[in-house]
Write a protein that binds this ligand. Structure first.
Ligand code: HEC
Ligand code: HEC
Length: 130
């Protein structure tokens, strides 16, 4: 009886997990152009394998969100000075954002390594902006 109950629970767990797994998209190929700002960035998923999808595709209404960053209603303000969550520049560059920004994480990644800091957080001549 107990075994039957456990099998039932397991089957239910699988049934619930399946659609969630099916819904997770595949990361697209490298070379994604982020060209909303004056200084475009080429983003590669392959160099960010160690980062959880949901750190960047952070939850919106409780679910990881795979829409483009600048989708209407998201980070759709292109005013560099807009420090609200809508600000695209703010979301990509600033420290202390609700979810880690590109530069926010790159600063932590570089730590005290000055060369790496230039490479990952520099405005010009960096790996982000050439
Ligand atoms: C370090 C940050 C980061 C991580 C980690 C990350 N992504 Fe992305 N992803 C991006 C960025 C940036 C884009 C480009 C968004 C844009 O064009 O506005 C993107 C785009 C995408 C897109 C295409 C969206 C579209 O409509 O064009 C999909 C799908 C996606 N990622 C899935 C994933 C999956 C699955 C994972 C985990 C295996 C993942 N990503 C991990 C940053 C990340
Ligand atoms: C949670 C941490 C984290 C976040 C968030 C993150 N990165 Fe990175 N990024 C890394 C790490 C780690 C590396 C590899 C650093 C190294 O060279 O050791 C990296 C490397 C890069 C590189 C150089 C390698 C390459 O593929 O050309 C670029 C460009 C880059 N990131 C762009 C971005 C952009 C754009 C975003 C925001 C949309 C972003 N990253 C968000 C951790 C992060």
């Amino acid at each position: 009886m107990k075994k039957m109950f456990l099998t039932g629970v397991l089957a239910l767990a699988v049934a619930i997990a399946m659609p969630a797994l099916a819904a997770a998209p595949k990361a697209p190929a490298d070379g994604l152009k982020m060209d909303k700002t004056k200084q475009p960035v080429v983003f590669n998923h392959s160099t960010h394998k160690a980062v959880k999808c949901g750190e960047c595709h952070h939850p919106v209404n409780g679910k990881e969100d795979y829409q483009k960053c600048a989708t209407a209603g998201c980070h759709d303000s292109m005013d560099k000075k807009d420090k609200s969550a809508k600000g695209y520049y703010h979301a990509m560059h600033d420290k202390g954002t609700k979810f880690k920004s590109c530069v926010g994480c790159h600063l932590e990644t570089a730590g005290a390594d000055a060369a790496k800091k230039k490479e990952l957080t520099g405005c010009k001549g960096s790996k982000c902006h050439s």
